[in-house]
Design a protein around this ligand. Structure first.
Ligand code: NIG
Ligand code: FE
Length: 403
C-alpha cells in the first residue's frame, strides 16, 4: 500500500456523477488530489493556482469515475451451495430448499464451523475480485452465524478485511436472516434470546455500522423485524432491510417507517412502499444477481421508484446461494439488461446512490472535498462499462488517495 503524493491528473474524461450533464461528464478535465481528498475538479483550462503548479499525470483521455461502491454483500461465509445450484436446475425452488433446511441455514451450519481467521481467508479472494473492478467501499453483512458467538465472528472477519486491504468496509448486523432449527417453532424466542443480545454485544464491541433483517415468509415477520429495528434505534444505529423479495409483506414501508438507509431486493414492493421510501429518503437497492440466479420473473417496480424520486442503488448481494457473484461490473450490466436501468442509472447505482445506501456523504461523486476514491478506466465513455460482460477496463484505482 502506498499513499499517493499531491498531484493533478490531467487530460482526463471525468464522470463526476454530479451536476446536470449525463454522468456529470467533464471532457478534457483535471482533478487535483492531496491529503486523501479531491482538492479540485473541473476543466483543465480552468485549473486555478496553486494546482496548476502541482506535479501532473497525463491520463491520455482515459475515464475517471468515483470508486465503485458495493452496498450489499454477504462476502464473509463458510462453505458453498453448489449442490443447491444443481437442485434448482432440477426444479426445486429457493423457498422449497430453505423450508427443507437448506438455503441460508446450510451456510449457517458451514459458517459456525469456521474461525475469524478462516472466514477472513476464504473471503479475501472474493474481496479482491471486487477490488480488481474498482470497488473502494464495500458493505459486508453477518447473518450466517445466528448464534451469539458466530455473528460477532463474522463481523470481526469483515473488519479484518478492511484493515488488510485499501478499501472501506462497512458492516451490517443481520441476526434476523433466517430462523435457526432449534427455534423453528418459536422465532420470537430467537429474536429475544439470541438476536437482540447478540446485537447488543456486537454493538458494544464496535462491530456494527448498521442493522439489517430479512422480512419474508421464509424468514421474519414485520413485527419481529420491528423489534430488531427498535433495538437498533435505541443504539442509534441505522437500519436497512431485505424487503419484498419473494412476496409483499409491506417490507419497504416498514423500513421507510424507521428511516432506513435502504430497502433491498423490492421485486414485490407496491406504490405505498415506494411513496414511503421517497418520503424517508430510503434508497432502493436492486439486486439483479439474485433475480437472475433464482430465475425470478417479477421485476422490481423501477418506474415507481423513478416517478417518486427514490434513489436507486445496485449491488452484487454476493452470497453463496441466491447471488454467487463477485462482479459489480456484471451486476451493472444485469441491472440494465434485466431491470432496464439506463447505463447512467446503473453507474449512479454503484456510486452516488450506493454511498447514500450506506449513509456516506463523503464519496460516490467526484467533488471537491470528497474522498479521493477514484477509478480510472480505459474506455472512451462511461456507458461502455455496463454495456459489456467480461472485459475489465480498470487501469488504476485509488482509495483515500492510496493504491
Ligand atoms: O440477499 N434474501 C435473503 N438473503 C440473501 C440470501 C442469502 C443466501 O441465500 O444465502 C439475499 O439474497
Ligand atoms: Fe442479501
Amino acid at each position: 500500500m502506498t499513499e499517493s503524493p499531491a498531484e493533478v491528473w490531467t487530460n482526463a474524461c471525468i464522470a463526476t456523477m454530479d451536476g446536470p450533464e449525463p454522468f456529470g461528464l467533464i471532457t478534457d478535465g483535471a482533478v487535483a488530489l492531496g491529503n486523501d481528498r479531491i482538492q479540485w475538479v473541473g476543466k483543465r483550462s480552468e485549473l486555478p493556482p496553486p494546482f496548476d503548479r502541482w506535479p501532473d499525470k497525463d491520463l491520455h483521455g482515459r475515464l475517471v469515475t468515483p470508486g465503485l461502491i458495493d452496498c450489499h454483500t454477504h462476502l464473509v461465509h463458510g462453505g458453498n451451495r453448489a449442490r443447491e445450484f444443481e437442485m434448482r436446475l432440477m426444479g426445486s425452488s429457493y423457498a422449497q430448499i430453505a423450508r427443507e433446511g437448506g438455503g441460508i441455514m446450510a451456510t449457517v451450519r458451514a459458517t459456525r464451523a469456521e474461525t475469524v481467521e478462516s472466514l477472513f481467508r476464504s473471503a479475501l479472494p472474493r474481496l479482491d475480485a471486487l477490488i480488481a473492478e474498482g470497488v473502494t467501499t464495500v458493505e459486508i453483512k453477518s447473518g450466517y452465524g445466528m448464534d451469539f458467538e458466530t455473528e460477532s465472528t463474522m463481523l470481526r472477519a469483515a473488519r479484518a478485511l478492511g484493515s488488510l486491504r485499501k478499501i472501506s468496509v462497512l458492516t451490517s448486523f443481520l441476526g434476523a436472516h433466517a430462523v435457526p432449527e432449534d427455534f423453528r417453532h418459536d422465532p420470537d424466542r430467537y429474536i429475544d434470546e439470541v438476536c437482540l443480545p447478540a446485537l447488543d454485544r456486537a454493538h458494544a464491541d464496535g462491530l456494527v455500522d448498521a442493522v439489517d433483517g430479512f422480512c419474508e415468509t421464509i424468514a421474519f415477520s414485520p413485527d419481529q423485524i420491528k423489534r430488531v429495528f427498535e433495538r437498533a434505534r435505541q443504539h442509534g444505529l441505522p437500519v436497512k432491510l431485505h424487503a419484498d423479495q419473494l412476496s409483499d409483506l409491506g417490507g419497504a414501508k416498514l423500513a421507510a417507517g424507521f428511516g432506513a438507509l435502504s430497502a433491498d431486493h423490492l421485486e414485490y414492493t407496491n406504490a405505498a412502499g415506494a411513496r414511503a421510501m421517497a418520503e424517508s429518503g430510503t434508497v432502493a437497492t436492486l439486486l439483479p444477481g439474485a433475480y437472475y440466479t433464482l430465475r425470478e420473473t417479477r421485476l422490481p417496480p423501477v418506474d415507481l421508484f423513478r416517478n417518486h424520486g427514490v434513489p436507486i442503488a445496485v449491488a452484487t448481494d454476493a452470497n453463496p446461494g441466491s447471488s454467487p457473484i463477485t462482479s459489480l461490473l456484471t451486476i451493472m450490466n444485469m441491472a440494465c439488461t434485466l431491470f432496464r436501468l439506463t447505463p447512467e442509472e446503473a453507474f449512479l447505482g454503484a456510486t452516488r446512490n450506493a454511498a447514500l445506501a450506506l449513509g456516506l456523504h463523503d464519496r460516490g461523486i467526484v467533488r471537491e472535498g470528497y474522498r479521493a476514491d477514484l477509478a480510472v478506466w480505459d474506455v472512451d465513455h462511461p456507458r461502455e462499462i455496463p454495456s459489456r460482460i467480461g472485459p475489465n477496463p480498470l487501469v488504476d484505482r485509488i482509495c483515500g488517495g492510496g493504491t
